[in-house]
Structures are given as C-alpha cells and as structure tokens.
Design a binder for this molecule. Structure first.
Ligand SMILES: [Zn+2]
Length: 319
C-alpha cells in the first residue's frame, strides 16, 4: 500500500477504520476519519485545503477500493469542511443548526481568513529560526495552516450540505453502522461526533483535543464540561480528537481538568478585580507546558474565560 501525503499520516484503528493524523507543516489541520461501512465509504471531516482533501480522497479510495460517497462534517469551521468540494460524488451530512449559523458567514469568513493569513505568514516564517524547538514546531504548524488558508480561501466553492439533522442520526452499512450525535453549545453552537458503538470508537471533532491546547473561545466552555461527561457515558475505548493524537476516554477527563484549571486561575484574577489583560498573562500551568498551540490558543482561552467569569460576577454584584 502506497499512501504518501505531506499533510497527514494514516493510522489504522481496526480493520476498516482509519484516521489521518495531521502532520505539522501540512495543511490538512484536522484529523479525518475513513470508515469502510461494507457497501459505502464514509469520510469524517475533510480538512482545510483542496490538496490535502484530494490526498484524503485518494487514500480512502486506495484503502477501501471505493470512492467515498458519504461525508460527515463535525462542524463547519474552515479546517473541517473546506475540503468538501473535492468529494463531489458524496452526500454531505452535518447538523441543521451548524448550517443555519455558519452558512451566511462562509464567504465573508473565508475572505477574512485569507487576508489575515496573507499578512501573518511572513512573521510565522521568521519564527522558524527560533531557538526553542517548541516555537519552531509551533511556527511549522502555523505556516501549514496559513498556507492552507491562502491556497484554498479564495478559490473554494461553498456547497450547502445535502442532508442535515437534529439530535442523532444513524447510518447502517452492510458491515458497519455508525451514529452521528449532535451536542449544542460546546466547541461551536452545534458539533457532532461520529460514534461506532460496536467498535467502541468515537471521532469527537473539536469537542476534544489531545496534546494540543483546545480552542474554547468559539463556543461555550462551561457547557463543554457537561458535553464531555456525556461523551464519557458512550464508553468508547478509542477517542480520535479533532486535533492531536489518538487516545482513550481519559482524554475527556483531561480536557475537563484543563478547562477547570483555567477557570480557577481566571477566577482569582476576577475576584481581585483584575483586567482581561491580567488574565491573559497568567503563565501556562506546568502540567500544560507540553501542549502544542500555546501561542495561538492559550491566551484566547484565558480571555474568553475572563469575559464569562467577569460577566457572572457583575451579574452577581447587581443582584
Ligand atoms: Zn478544528
């Protein structure tokens, strides 16, 4: 088998279920699932750029001997659905709520991301010369992201998903069945996970990250804590996050602990009437020094929690 992409590596979880793990410096950005259902091939999340999505399509074709005809998007942020247009034979499925919220903004968000990426890539290239290995790795990941946005951001043809659902949807294949389950107000307004109950595997999209700082400021981090409890109840043994490495259900506890740790740190700043800037300069706790994407996400997470917690305490003061 000859699968070679600069954007990801392919890992087989069990016979018929694969994940592509994003390669730092590549432009796929998210992890994607390839599921052989027996009579159809399903792709979970199509990545950020056309080139990597084309590699994903070819990989699926080579592994399953079939052109993928089902695509499921965990949510409609660029790094999970910009690759959709490569899968033109496929029926695209996602939640109704995510389409309703994001579709009116796709074009505008795409142009904004493109302009930002054009301006940011030179600085990111300079960071490649950083002394620390961590910073160089970060620069690599960022450049992969920015290049993907620049390559695809203006040329993408947006297409409304073919099938939308609320709550839960089951897909029965000849040899394998999957459930797609929606959770509202987590990483985004509406995310869905791909659950293989018999195989005890779950693809979480961005409701869970492993080895990376999560992105908390596009949704509701407090409600994400409840969602992580619900994901744990599904009793999956293999957890594939939207970003990072394959893990087990301990990842849900780790992610909860991350959110709670940051909440506790920010709460101290809020109760001492500190500013958002004070919150954003809290150093990374030692246990999270190894997580990737600190520069991109950690400060944003602190700022988001500060806004949530200071509103709560303002409301309390008003009572
Ligand atoms: Zn993502």
């Amino acid at each position: 088998m000859k699968i070679n992409s600069k954007h990801f590596t392919v890992e087989e979880i069990i016979d018929g279920v694969w994940v592509t793990i994003h390669t730092p410096g590549g432009s796929h950005i998210c992890n994607s699932g390839i599921i052989d259902m027996g009579d159809e091939t399903l792709i979970f999340d199509t990545g950020l750029c056309m080139e990597s999505a084309n590699d994903l399509r070819n990989t699926a074709l080579e592994l399953t001997n079939r052109i993928p005809r089902i695509v499921v998007n965990s949510h409609l942020h660029n790094d999970h659905f910009w690759g959709n247009s490569i899968f033109h034979e496929a029926k695209v499925i996602t939640t109704r709520e995510n389409v309703r919220i994001t579709e009116p903004k796709w074009k505008q968000d795409g142009e904004r991301s493109y302009n930002w990426a054009k301006g940011a890539i030179e600085e990111a290239r300079r960071q490649l010369d950083s002394v620390s290995e961590y910073e160089r790795e970060y620069a690599k990941i960022l450049i992969g992201y920015l290049s993907g946005v620049i390559d695809t951001g203006l040329s993408i043809e947006y297409k409304t998903p073919d099938v939308t659902f609320d709550g839960i949807m089951s897909l029965e294949g000849d040899e394998r069945s999957v459930e797609i389950i929606e959770y509202r107000n987590g990483h985004s307004e509406s995310d869905c996970v791909l659950h293989l109950p018999r195989e005890k595997i779950i693809f979480t999209g961005d409701l869970c990250y492993i080895g990376y700082h999560p992105c908390l400021d596009l949704g509701d981090p407090m409600n994400t804590l409840n969602i992580l409890d619900k994901l744990k109840v599904l009793e999956a043994e293999t957890v594939v996050p939207g970003h990072g490495f394959i893990g087990d259900s301990g990842a849900f506890d780790d992610m909860k602990e991350y959110i709670r740790t940051l909440v506790d740190l920010v709460r101290v700043i809020v109760s001492n009437e500190g500013t958002q800037e004070d919150a954003e300069s809290i150093p990374v706790p030692e246990k999270y020094l190894g997580l990737q994407m600190k520069d991109f996400l950690y400060k944003r997470n602190l700022g988001c929690l500060y806004r949530i917690l200071s509103n709560v305490s303002n409301d309390k003061r008003k009572e």
